[in-house]
Design a protein around this ligand. Structure first.
Ligand SMILES: [Zn+2]
Length: 411
C-alpha cells in the first residue's frame, strides 16, 4: 500500500542549534530547510499530495505560499521544487475542505487541471464537494437533498475533468473523487466513476468517520470494484486496520495526522510501533504567552522561570548521557510545570513513563539516532516537527508492503 504525505510546507532546518535554540543568520527558508523525504532514510512515503487550496488558496481560503514561492514552484515544477527523489509520485488535490461551506466549489475544471500541469503532478484528483454527514442506513434516493446535490456536483465535475484531461492529452493521470453519505452511496459513486472510465478512485469525506464506518463502506465498494481499479483513501490513516484496508482493495492513502499529533495532541506525541508517549513539555519562557502574562502580573519571577527552564534541559540531556537519574529530572520538570500551569492536570506521570522507557534510544529513524532526547522534548518548531517526521517513519513501518525487516530494510 502506498502512502502519500500531504504538503503543508512542513520542513526542518538541519543545522538548527538545539543548545542555544537559534538559527544562523544566513538561513534561507525552504531552500535551506529540509522535507521529511530529505532527512529520513529510508524515505517513509511513496509520494506527496499537494493541494491547490494550500498553494494557491481557493475561494476565500488563503494559501500558505507566498507569491515568490508559488512562482518558483510553477517555474521549476513540483518534483524539483520539493526535491523529490526519483520514483516518488506527485498527486494533486483541490483541498475540498477549504470550500466545504460554499454552495458550489469555487474552482473550475480548467483551473484545476492547469494547476496540476503547472506543478508537474503525475496524477490529479477531480474536483469534489464534501458531504460531512454519514448515515449508514440513509436511502440512496430521497436522502437529504444537500447530500444528493453535493454528490451529483462531484460526479459531474469528475466527468468534465476526465474529458478535459483527455481532450488535452494531459500528462496528468485523472483520479476520480467519490463522495457519499453511506456505504451504498459511496459504492454507487464508485460505479459511476468506473463507468466514466476511471481506474483510480479517491474516496473523500472519510476523515471524521469511525473506523467501522470506513470498513463498512469499503465492504460495499468492494462489491462493485473492478479488479483493475485502485482505491485511495483521502486523509485517512488507521494503522490498526491497514491490513483490512488492503484486503478491501485500498492501494494508497494520505494523512498528516501522525505528523500533527507530535505537537497538536494532548498526550499521543511520540509514536512507537505499539503505542504513544507524551512529549516532555519544556516551553521557552520568552515564547510562552501565558507565562509572560503571569510574569507581568507579578505572579512569577522571570529570572526564576528561566533558571528552572534551563535546569530542565540540562537534566534531560544529562539523563540521556546516563549521568542523571529520572527522579532528578522529574523533580525539575514538576517544578517547571507548577510554575507554568499550576491549575492544569500534571503530565509528570506520562514523563515518568517516557523517561523510564526512553523509546528514542531504540528508535532506528535517522532523527532519533541523530538528536536523541531532543526529539522527546515538546519545545519549538524544530523539535516538534522532527518528532512529527519520526511519527511518519513509525507509521511507514506499519503499512503493508513497507514494514521493515529486522535489519531495518523495507521488505
Ligand atoms: Zn525516531
Amino acid at each position: 500500500m502506498k502512502f502519500f504525505f500531504p504538503d503543508a510546507q512542513d520542513m526542518i532546518y538541519p543545522e538548527y542549534d538545539f543548545l542555544h535554540d537559534e538559527y544562523p543568520a544566513h538561513r534561507v527558508r525552504q531552500r535551506d530547510d529540509r522535507y521529511a523525504h530529505e532527512v529520513l532514510k529510508p524515505v517513509p512515503y511513496d509520494g506527496m499530495l499537494i493541494s491547490k487550496a494550500i498553494i494557491d488558496g481557493v475561494g476565500n481560503a488563503v494559501g500558505k505560499y507566498s507569491q515568490a514561492q508559488r512562482d518558483r514552484l510553477y517555474r521549476r515544477g513540483g518534483k524539483s521544487f520539493f526535491r523529490l527523489p526519483d520514483g516518488l509520485e506527485l498527486l494533486g488535490d483541490c483541498g475540498a475542505f477549504s470550500y466545504v461551506k460554499e454552495d458550489v466549489p469555487p474552482v473550475t475544471v480548467t483551473e484545476v487541471l492547469d494547476f496540476y500541469e503547472a506543478c508537474g503532478c503525475d496524477a490529479g484528483i477531480s474536483i469534489d464537494h464534501l458531504i460531512l454527514d454519514f448515515e449508514s442506513g440513509a436511502p440512496l434516493f430521497d436522502a437529504d437533498p444537500d447530500w444528493s446535490r453535493r454528490r451529483s456536483i462531484s460526479l459531474d465535475l469528475a466527468a468534465s475533468f476526465k474529458e478535459e484531461a483527455e481532450r488535452r492529452n494531459s500528462s496528468v493521470e485523472p483520479v476520480g473523487a467519490a463522495q457519499g453519505w453511506s456505504p451504498e452511496s459511496y459504492a454507487d459513486s464508485v460505479t459511476a466513476l468506473q463507468d466514466m472510465g476511471y481506474r483510480r478512485i479517491a474516496l473523500g469525506g472519510m476523515v471524521p468517520l469511525k473506523t467501522n464506518q470506513i470498513l463498512e463502506t469499503l465492504d460495499a465498494v468492494a462489491l462493485v470494484l473492478k479488479p483493475d481499479t485502485n482505491l485511495h483513501l483521502l486523509g485517512v490513516a488507521r494503522p490498526e486496520v491497514m491490513d483490512d484496508f488492503a484486503e478491501r482493495g485500498v492501494s494508497s492513502f494520505d494523512s498528516t495526522s501522525p505528523f500533527r499529533q507530535a505537537f497538536m495532541d494532548d498526550r499521543k506525541n511520540y509514536h512507537t510501533a505499539t503505542g504513544a508517549y507524551v512529549a516532555i513539555r519544556v516551553p521557552q519562557v520568552d515564547g510562552n504567552a501565558r507565562l509572560k502574562r503571569r510574569i507581568l502580573a507579578g505572579e512569577v519571577d522571570q529570572a526564576e522561570a528561566i533558571r528552572v527552564e534551563r535546569e530542565c534541559l540540562r537534566r534531560l540531556r544529562a539523563f540521556d548521557q546516563g549521568q542523571m537519574t529520572s527522579n532528578d529530572v522529574l523533580a525539575s520538570l514538576l517544578e517547571y510545570e507548577t510554575l507554568l500551569e499550576p491549575d492544569k492536570k500534571s503530565y509528570v506521570q506520562g514523563y515518568e513513563k517516557m523517561l523510564g522507557d526512553a523509546p528514542w534510544k531504540r528508535c532506528t529513524c535517522t532523527l532519533c539516532q541523530t538528536h536523541g532526547i531532543e526529539i522527546a522534548i515538546f519545545r519549538g518548531t524544530e523539535r516538534n516537527k522532527r518528532r512529527g517526521f519520526h511519527n511518519i517513519a513509525v507509521l511507514s513501518g506499519k503499512i503493508p508492503g513497507r514494514r521493515p525487516t529486522k535489519k531495518g530494510v523495507v521488505e
